[in-house]
Design a protein around this ligand. Structure first.
Ligand code: TEU
Ligand code: CA
Length: 557
């Protein structure tokens, strides 16, 4: 595998709206990110992905872009964006933005022009069809519920397609003229000095055409859009063209948000000459997912988590780099999801973080993960902002759940869980804003916040700094960066253990994924204890006695 400039780095995702509000209007902003650059440098991250800050009506919190060439005034100005790129670069940090090109906003001028003249050039930027009575072109379900088809504003005789919210009309990638506009925009941003892009929902740009139904998977007669994704063929034409026209000439880092790609196609996506540099490992987030909805999804167990991680590692082996996460802005907090209920402790948070972080691939820390931020339960659907959660609540009720059962599903999976304001300190609004925060602050900010952890050598924050520093240890690069993951004692229950096997070094990662202690036979002599989330390490000869939720990282002789 060819070595790339970003392989040894650690990445960090910022959800700007909830990161830091510098002007007191309750909304996180670019000035806030600029003011926290020293913090990010202290943490040790070197790639920072910003969720969208382009002009947007925020129907989907910025993933509905109305002007790709401007910063939404609620987040700041283009001058501040240029300042951020420059000041980040001074600190060795590359800025990656979110590329949302499966769809734009219905307030984008392209869509406005399409509504003015559906048969004109901009009508062809979208999927617009003539109505056929009550019959719909296909029975696909929007990711946010309901049919993907909506009447075209001003044209009751026409429909347009939206994979997501109706305010997010899908762009027609079959149209070369539309693609040219996208490539021009990407290159404009890369020429400004971006280090690259995270690429949003990109698997959706290739549709099954002509439109056709797939078997319904719910009583609504519709089918999940993921079914369409599975059947769509030929996306490589678009992704390869985009890489050749934009990413490759700039040597840009790109991380695809890619779902439902068969194993045999992975090299096309993230191999040495793949469409993207990397793609996120969603195997753990998709575990136990149900087409019926969140209400039907059972919690993931430690054994399932282990199996999902090892399955992904084996798929990619040594031909590419997955981007490894325990959470992001679409998912619940990892420590609340992957650590069994009632067992979520500081020690467990460090163990989970270390087990994921040291897998082969690029570690992506999501804002607040380094503090061990947790889910925040709500007591009424009226407190929920997330449009996806509000849809899933109704899906649960429609399926016969009680309001309590439906709310329990929302509390487990709502995207709001990861969007509560970053917890900087134990002061008002967790130090996020001097105004009224746009979304509720988790009351546990009194205990879980950066100020309380920054100078505590045993904090989750300091443990993440150690993880990042360890991964930067040049002596161990052959193992910790390029070494393949070799599972160890997979059959031992609630033990998640694996080698990172390099040409010169072998590192063994041991995680005791339960409260009870357990004994682990060691495969040989230990040269050095590289990391331990407990005060002591009971290693005698060829045996390690692991305490509950203990993580040991060992350099083997
Ligand atoms: O998420 C895409 C997303 O929600 C996937 O799980 C989707 O369901 C899958 O691609 C199948 O269609 C991205 C963003 O991360 C999210 O915040 C946005 O709401 C969404 O795209 C729309 O832009
Ligand atoms: Ca603000």
């Amino acid at each position: 595998m060819q070595k790339k400039w970003w392989h040894g780095k650690t990445a960090y995702q910022i959800y700007p709206k909830s990161f830091y509000d510098a002007n007191g209007d309750g909304i996180g902003d670019l000035r806030g990110v600029i003011e926290k650059l020293d913090y990010l440098q202290e943490l040790g991250v070197e790639i920072v992905w910003l969720s969208p800050i382009y002009c947007s009506p925020l129907a989907d919190q910025g993933y509905d872009i109305s002007d790709y060439y401007n910063i939404d005034p609620r987040f700041g100005t283009m001058a501040e964006m240029d300042e951020l790129i420059a000041k980040a670069k001074e600190r060795g940090i590359g800025i990656v933005m979110d590329l949302v090109v499966n769809h734009c906003s219905d307030e984008h001028e392209w869509f406005r022009k399409a509504c003015q003249d559906p048969d004109g050039p901009y009508g062809k930027f979208f999927y617009i069809v003539d109505r056929d009575g009550e019959h719909l072109p296909c029975n696909w379900r929007s990711a946010f519920g309901g049919s993907v088809w909506e009447p075209l504003p001003g044209h009751p005789d026409k429909l347009y397609l939206h994979t997501f919210h109706k305010k997010q009309p899908d762009l027609n990638w079959e149209n070369p003229a539309m693609r040219e506009e996208i490539y021009k925009m990407i290159n404009w941003w890369l020429d400004k000095g971006l280090a690259g892009f995270r690429i949003d929902a990109i698997i959706n740009i290739k549709k099954v055409l002509p439109f056709r139904d797939f078997p319904a998977d719910r009583a609504d007669g519709l089918c999940s859009i993921s079914t369409m994704n599975y059947h769509a063929k030929g996306i490589g034409e678009f992704l390869g063209e985009m890489a050749e026209r934009c990413f490759n000439p700039h040597n840009a880092f790109t991380a695809g948000e890619v779902f439902y790609v068969s194993d045999d196609r992975l090299p096309d996506f993230i191999g040495d000459h793949g469409y993207f540099s990397s793609m996120f490992d969603f195997n753990e987030t998709l575990c136990n997912a149900s087409e019926k909805g969140w209400y039907d999804q059972k919690p993931i167990t430690p054994e399932q988590y282990k199996a999902c991680c090892f399955e992904s590692q084996a798929k990619v082996a040594d031909f590419g780099f997955m981007s490894n996460i325990i959470e992001n802005h679409d998912e619940p907090r990892g420590v609340s999801r992957y650590i069994p209920a009632g067992e979520c402790t500081v020690r467990g948070k460090k163990m989970l973080g270390g087990l994921n972080f040291l897998l082969r691939g690029l570690p992506f820390i999501y804002q607040g993960q380094e503090l061990g931020m947790e889910n925040m339960a709500v007591s009424s659907i009226d407190e929920v902002d997330d449009i996806s959660a509000r849809d899933e609540y109704q899906v649960a009720l429609n399926a016969g759940c009680t309001q309590q059962e439906a709310l329990a599903a929302v509390n487990m999976f709502s995207r709001d869980n990861a969007r509560t304001p970053y917890q900087w300190d134990d002061g008002p609004n967790a130090g996020f804003t001097t105004g009224t925060p746009w979304l509720h602050v988790n009351p546990n900010c009194k205990e879980i916040n950066l100020a309380a952890q920054r100078n505590d050598p045993d904090s989750v924050y300091q443990f993440y700094r150690k993880l990042i520093k360890l991964r930067k240890n040049a002596d161990l690069e052959d193992a910790l960066i390029y070494g393949i993951t070799v599972p160890y004692r997979v059959e031992q229950k609630n033990l998640m253990a694996y080698f990172r096997q390099g040409e010169q070094h072998k590192v063994l990662v041991l995680g005791n994924f339960q409260p009870q202690a357990q004994t682990v036979p060691l495969p040989g002599a230990v040269k050095k204890i590289l990391l331990n989330n407990c005060g002591t390490a009971a290693i005698t000869g060829d045996t390690a006695e692991l305490e509950g939720y203990q993580l040991l990282v060992l350099e083997m002789a």
